[in-house]
Structure formats: structure tokens, C-alpha cells
Design a protein around this ligand. Structure first.
Ligand code: PLP
Length: 357
């Protein structure tokens, strides 16, 4: 069997949840497990994060899978329903909904439901993605208060720059002003705000990326917050090439040896989710030792320089990312973020789960 695997560490998930709870001790934690648990497998992460107070996903099918697996916590659809016919299913399984536009209010007003649902009413505080503009917000909330299909309201927004120098001051001021007359629970903070802005914590925090042990803040390592990598992407060396000065490896001959160089050929490529844009010099660990990739990433293979790892050979273990090689380092080298790499691990990579949730 091809040696690549993604190992999901339940102990790391549990640790990272504890880091979030410690950072926001007075808030309930809505663990964001959208995109198949940021690529880790929805039910795997739910197991590791089962001490969370709620789980947030996008699709009704994902929420129902969690409910049917026995999770009794709050389950939230982060974009609400996409059509009126989803409302009955959400109500049946007691799934809470974001409401971000007037059409979704109209759906709730029209539907005939077995029982009412909880809603998180989203305010657009400047991200201009989802949510009511401040001018329309109070009226939207009042309409939902009057709707017999609604039984609980939480006020919500999402920050565009919690991870950047700009921070949250401007959107937070808009949120305070727009919700001053409303006495309902509140939910604002993503991972960056959980770690940086206690004033945003309120009733519910909504961490995502930090739970998986990657950083929400480029430039600050996940380890510096006490976070542990929840996924190890591992493979093995399947061939070794001895290059002489002037020899090249791989497509486009992007790496040419300037000295005699030992090259490991590793069973992982962009069809597994490894970024094709990773440059020469991206961190990788072979036989437990840190080294660098060389040459262009192929569909199914990539290369690492093992000149200084004398005991590395065919069969040696390779960590593409995980506890030793931060996914954020691979992402940064490749011009992206850990979020994208974790979510993009391919279906063909077998996943196994270790540890205790
Ligand atoms: C994805 C998402 C989060 C989590 O964001 P992270 O940066 O991964 O912590 C929180 N809230 C909403 C609305 C989201 O879409």
C-alpha cells in the first residue's frame, strides 16, 4: 500500500480546546468544524472536541450527521438554510441557524415547523460578506422575535481583521452601537479574537483553526499559544537518487545540484493535497530529522535533500507536516495559510485516528 497517511491526534484536539477555554473562561465554545473538520474528518474532530458546548458547520447534512452520532450540544449552520425546505429538517434535529438576510427571515415566517428553532442573527460590521447592515439590524431582530418559528436569539458578527494589525476596534464599536438596545446573548470571536481580544469573548466564542493546532496569525507560531498539531501528514521515502554536480531533479529541472546531493523521492504530491507551489527549501522531516524539499512537486511525489541524513533510505518515515514540521511553515513558504492546506488533504489519503478524545 502507498505509505501516505494523515493521522488525527485526539489528544491534540482536546488540548487545543482546553487552550481556547482557558483563553475565554467565561464563554461557551462553539467549535467550528466546517469543511469536514478543517480536513480532519467531521466525526474525528467531534470526538476529540466533544467537551465543546457546540459545533458549527455549513451543511444541514453535516449537522444531522453529528446529531445522529449522538452529539447533544448546540449545532449551528453558519450560513443558515439555503432554501425553505431545509427548515423542517433543521427543526426536527434541533439545529440552530444563522440568519443573515431578509430572505431567510421570510423563509422562517412562511415555514410550518414541528417546533421553533434558535437563530444567530448576523450583523455585517464591515466584512461585507454575510449579515444585515447596521441600519437594518434591530428591525431584523424584532421581526425574528415576533416569528413563532423562532425560540431563541443570539446576536452575532464575524471579524475581517482580527488576525491583523487593524484588529477589531472598528467592527466592535459598530457591533456595540448596533446591539445596544438588544438584550440577547452574543457571539463574535474567531480564533484570532479568542487569542488576542478578550473584550470580544461574550457568551459564545467560535474558534476554528486554533483547535487544529495551526495559527490564525501569520508570524505567531501555534506552539507559542500552547497549541498542538492535530494532523500529521506522513509518508515514506520510496526511492533515493544520488546527484552529481550539475544534475537536476523533477519537472522543469527546478533544482540543480551544486555539490554531490542525496535525494529522497517521497510518496506525496499535489494530488494528495501538498501545495504544488512549495518552493525549494520548504521544511520537511525525513527519518525524524529536519531538511528541505527540492525540485517541483509532482502529482504523486516530491523530493527532499537527505545529503546530511545518513541513515535515511527507502522506507524512512517522512513528516510533510505535523508536530515536527508546522503546517504553517509549509503554508507560508507556499504563499498560503494552514487553513487551506489542512482542508485540501485529498480523499485518497487514508486517515487514522489516535489518542483519547
Ligand atoms: C470559519 C469561521 C469561524 C472560525 O474561524 P477561525 O479563523 O478558523 O477561528 C468563526 N466564525 C465564522 C462565522 C466562520 O465562518
Amino acid at each position: 500500500m502507498r505509505p501516505i497517511t494523515a493521522t488525527i491526534h485526539l489528544d491534540a484536539l482536546r488540548n487545543n480546546l482546553a487552550v481556547a477555554k482557558k483563553a475565554a473562561p467565561h464563554s461557551k465554545v462553539m467549535a467550528v468544524v466546517k469543511a469536514n473538520g478543517y480536513g480532519h474528518g467531521l466525526l474525528n474532530v467531534a470526538q476529540g472536541l466533544r467537551a465543546a458546548d457546540g459545533f458549527a458547520v455549513l451543511g444541514l447534512d453535516e449537522a444531522i450527521r453529528l446529531r445522529e452520532a449522538g452529539y447533544t450540544q448546540t449545532l449551528l449552520l453558519l450560513e443558515g438554510v439555503f432554501a425553505v425546505d431545509e427548515l423542517a429538517g433543521a427543526a426536527c434535529h434541533d439545529i440552530s441557524l444563522v440568519v443573515h438576510c431578509p430572505q431567510q427571515i421570510a423563509m422562517l415566517e412562511q415555514a410550518v415547523l414541528p417546533h421553533p428553532v434558535q437563530v444567530f442573527v448576523k450583523l455585517n460590521t464591515g466584512m461585507n460578506r454575510l449579515g444585515f447592515v447596521p441600519h437594518d439590524y434591530v428591525q431584523a431582530v424584532e421581526r425574528l422575535v415576533c416569528c413563532p418559528n423562532v425560540r431563541g436569539i443570539t446576536l452575532m458578527t464575524h471579524f475581517a481583521t482580527a488576525d491583523e494589525d487593524k484588529g477589531v476596534a472598528a467592527p466592535l464599536a459598530i457591533f456595540e452601537q448596533s446591539t445596544a438596545a438588544l438584550d440577547y446573548p452574543r457571539s463574535l470571536a474567531n480564533s484570532a479574537a479568542v487569542l488576542r481580544y478578550p473584550e470580544t469573548h461574550r457568551d459564545w466564542v467560535r474558534p476554528g483553526i486554533m483547535l487544529y493546532g495551526a495559527t490564525p496569525m501569520a508570524g505567531n507560531s501555534a506552539a507559542s499559544y500552547g497549541l498542538e498539531s492535530a494532523m500529521s501528514l506522513q509518508s515514506a521515502v520510496i526511492a533515493v537518487q544520488e546527484l552529481q554536480v550539475g544534475d537536476s531533479v523533477g519537472y522543469g529541472q527546478r533544482f540543480t545540484a551544486e555539490r554531490a546531493t542525496r535525494i529522497a523521492v517521497i510518496a506525496c504530491g499535489y494530488a494528495d493535497g501538498y501545495p504544488r507551489h512549495a518552493p525549494n527549501g520548504t521544511l520537511i522531516a525525513v527519518a525524524g530529522r529536519m531538511t528541505k524539499t527540492v525540485g517541483r512537486v509532482s502529482m504523486d511525489m516530491l523530493f527532499a535533500d537527505i545529503s546530511d541524513i545518513v541513515d535515511a533510505d527507502i522506507g524512512s518515515r517522512v513528516e510533510l507536516w505535523g508536530p515536527q514540521v508546522p503546517v504553517d511553515a509549509v503554508a507560508e513558504a507556499s504563499g498560503t495559510v494552514g487553513y487551506e492546506l489542512l482542508c485540501a488533504v485529498a480523499q485518497r489519503v487514508p486517515m487514522n485516528v489516535v489518542g483519547h478524545g
